[in-house]
Design a protein around this ligand. Structure first.
Ligand code: AMP
Ligand code: MG
Length: 347
């Protein structure tokens, strides 16, 4: 299959063409404010099967259904809690996915066999226009090959999925760079299954009590993450990755020693404030510690660049887990297979 790559400049014409592809059961990758998504018609089981096949994704890992208007909810669920409307008013369109009980008519292929459905209204003009052009319901996971970092540029999608999908809409770089927050509203207490730009505090302000899945920030032994997708080793770079926590000077000293002793090609992920402390490795600053948004935007791109450069060992600084930092560190911990060393303890 030849994959068409179209710039999102002539938005109406591009979305009309892409919408036709979706309605016929084809797949279109498109930009959102979080990462690029790989879309298919959520009510067509064949489209969902094709998404799993194109990504090489296990079929028990459910997809998120993207909508463009609140009125679309009725076709997805007969059991919509007031909490969804409250959160939608505060955060939609935006980087928040909500899980509720599904209607029978939502295909099991789309929800990975679950009786719940994950729903999001993205905050991106291309995504919203495409959803409307494609019939109103687009099932879309991130548009990467399973196991690779999520795409923040159309070129990342092309690297992973060219020849496997019908079209890629190139809308430039995404805004946030890590996937949406997922909150499960199908149980008694709202539960965060994946941290994202919408933080625990932001959700608590609307909902009052919110819990976080206890498996978010540590390796799961026994405890099973509630979002099936969090179970798989995601975001894995090709090189071995290790994270280092502690005071900046201490972390830099430890990493420099590791690099000096290594015979492998080493890469370092640091921040603007510490970049000058390192030597003798491929050094990438993720941005300033005072601007976690820039850090989030650069994580997946940096990991892909390290893969391209053949980096065999990755040494990365840690970030504070307050606020949006929880989402940033969740992705870095997953990329590192939860391999984290506290440099102040090992001194
Ligand atoms: P992705 O868009 O690639 O990040 O994948 C969607 C994420 O949403 C995966 O981690 C899924 O496990 C999660 N997800 C989707 N639907 C559900 C659901 N009904 N229950 C729990 N998690 C879900
Ligand atoms: Mg994904």
């Amino acid at each position: 299959m030849e994959t068409q790559i179209l710039k999102a400049d002539e938005l109406d014409a591009v979305c009309e063409k892409a919408g036709e592809i979706l309605k016929k059961g084809g797949l279109v990758a498109f930009p959102t404010e979080t990462v690029y998504g790989l879309g298919g018609d959520a009510f067509n089981p064949d489209s969902s099967r094709k998404i799993y096949a194109a990504k090489g994704r296990p079929s028990d890992n459910p997809l998120i259904v993207h909508i463009a208007e609140l009125s679309a909810l009725d076709k997805l669920s007969a059991d919509i809690p007031q909490t969804l409307y409250d959160l939608a008013e505060a955060f939609w369109p935006g980087p928040l996915t909500m899980i509720i009980k599904k209607r029978e008519s939502v295909p099991c292929e789309t929800t990975g066999g679950l009786d719940t459905v994950a729903i999001r209204m993205p905050d991106h003009p291309v995504a919203l226009k495409l959803i409307r052009a494609g019939g109103g319901y687009i099932a879309a996971p991130s548009a990467n090959a399973s196991g690779r970092p999520s795409p923040t540029l159309a070129s990342h999608v092309a690297e992973d999925l060219s020849g496997r999908i019908d079209m890629i809409i190139d809308g430039g770089e995404v805004g946030i760079g890590i996937e949406s927050t997922i909150v499960d509203l199908s149980g008694e207490v709202p539960m965060i299954l994946r941290p994202g730009y919408v933080t625990h505090d932001m959700l608590s302000r609307i909902l009052g009590h919110v819990e976080s899945d206890p498996t978010l920030m540590k390796k799961t032994e026994g405890g099973r993450p509630k979002a099936p997708g969090m179970r798989y080793r995601h975001y894995a770079p090709k090189g071995d990755m290790q994270l280092f926590a502690g005071d900046m000077a201490c972390v830099a000293e430890t990493i420099n020693k590791k690099v000096a002793r290594s015979s492998k090609k080493c890469g370092i992920l640091c921040c603007d404030e510490s970049a000058g402390l390192y030597d003798n490795a491929v050094i990438r600053s993720l941005g300033s510690r005072s601007d976690l948004r820039s850090v989030a935007l650069n994580i997946y791109r940096a990991l892909r660049e390290f893969d391209d450069e053949g980096i065999e060992e990755i040494y990365a600084e840690s970030f504070d887990t307050d606020g949006f930092g929880q989402a940033v560190m969740n992705r870095m911990l997953k990329a590192a297979g939860y391999n984290i060393i506290n440099t102040e303890e090992t001194k």
